[in-house]
Design a protein around this ligand. Structure first.
Ligand code: SF4
Length: 339
């Protein structure tokens, strides 16, 4: 029996470190990346453009509050932070790092919209500037984060991350089933799970692989739990929506060219489902009472809500109440990318 995530360093042909996180009980079966080679699209795979643009959920479902990996992590870390972010919807200032991540995600999404033969590194590099222009058009306020005299270096940083991607995967060898897909499922006890999955691959044999891109570095031991939580969350959503246990979940860390993989286990996901249900009950109870206490930790150093936090002499605004039928306290695509 193994307590906590276990790292096994595995060298693949490109001498990349592949971290396989075993389940808490040690029952997870690791699936080396190369056991899902090429992954040509199955006959049933929808066109890439259609797959990347999932049909909108019914308005009634869309409005329902839901749990996402980011929001669940927020609540576990600090209930007050969850409240200010998800219920009060107090915006946090965008960061240069997050904007760069958005651009890189847009490039990779665009890349997989091209015919496989056209997905070479030069073509990917040429996608960076148009992606930036699109991101800027959607959020003109981010212009101040990238002044004109820094634009070249900013685009260079994004281009370097895209270039790194080619050290980890060969996008000409497979056809993803979906890109930037919004996934959502309601569990038996009514908990609604929602999130964004960067990519889903389906092997001809039916094996599923869920992929998430990260533009930062692979997590250290202290952050592994958060990565594992996110992976399990998506594994559970895929299991419940498709009735298929994903063979592999893959986090791709572009900054240091590492891949973190996880082979989920159905029993473990069952336990995880109960954990999420308990967490959601706690969120709803706090939502009912308005009790979202601050929880001070080293992570406060990275919290934009410090000026409103009693732990640092601030005063939060009056509690606006739980957003029943209103705006959902779940994550946006930009938040999913930032995490
Ligand atoms: S500063 Fe710390 S305690 Fe205060 S809201 Fe942020 S994370 Fe919570």
């Amino acid at each position: 029996m193994v307590n906590g995530p276990v790292r096994l360093a595995v060298m693949n042909l490109r001498s990349l470190l592949v971290f396989v996180l075993s389940s808490r009980l040690g029952t997870g079966v690791s699936v080396p990346p190369d056991s899902l080679p090429g992954m040509p699209a199955p006959v049933s795979t929808p066109p890439a453009d259609a797959a990347s643009d999932p049909a909108p959920a019914p308005a009634e479902t869309r409005r329902k509050p839901a749990l996402s990996p980011s929001r669940a992590t927020d609540f576990k870390q600090c209930p007050l932070k969850y409240r200010l972010r998800a219920i009060d919807r107090i915006p946090e200032p965008p960061s240069r790092h997050a904007v760069r991540g958005t651009v890189v995600h847009a490039v990779l999404e665009d890349l997989y919209g091209l015919p496989a033969a056209d997905r070479g590194p030069e073509r990917a590099a040429a996608l960076v500037e148009p992606a930036w222009a699109r991101v800027l058009a959607a959020q003109p306020e981010i212009a101040e984060l990238v002044p004109a005299d820094e634009l070249t270096s900013f685009l260079g940083e994004a281009g370097a991350l895209v270039e790194s991607y080619y050290q980890l995967e060969d996008p000409t060898r497979f056809e993803p089933e979906s890109r930037e897909a919004r996934v959502e499922v309601e569990l038996d006890d009514g908990v609604l799970l929602r999130g964004f999955v960067d990519r889903i691959d389906v092997a001809p044999t039916g094996e599923l692989r869920v992929v998430d891109y990260k533009t930062g570095r692979a997590p250290g031991l202290a952050q592994e739990t958060k990565a594992l939580f996110q992976l399990k969350f998506y594994a559970l959503v895929v299991l419940r929506t498709r009735g298929v246990l994903p063979a592999q979940l893959r986090l791709i860390y572009l900054a240091d060219r590492q891949i973190l993989t996880y082979a989920p286990d159905a029993e473990e996901l069952g336990r995880f489902e109960r954990t999420l249900s308990a967490l959601w009950s706690a969120v709803r109870e706090a939502g009912r009472t308005g009790e979202f206490p601050p929880s001070r930790s080293w992570l406060c150093g990275y919290c934009d809500y410090k000026p409103l936090c009693p732990e640092f002499g601030g005063t939060p605004p009056p509690y606006p109440g739980w957003p029943e039928g209103g705006e959902s306290p779940d994550e946006t695509l930009a938040e999913a990318i930032a995490d």
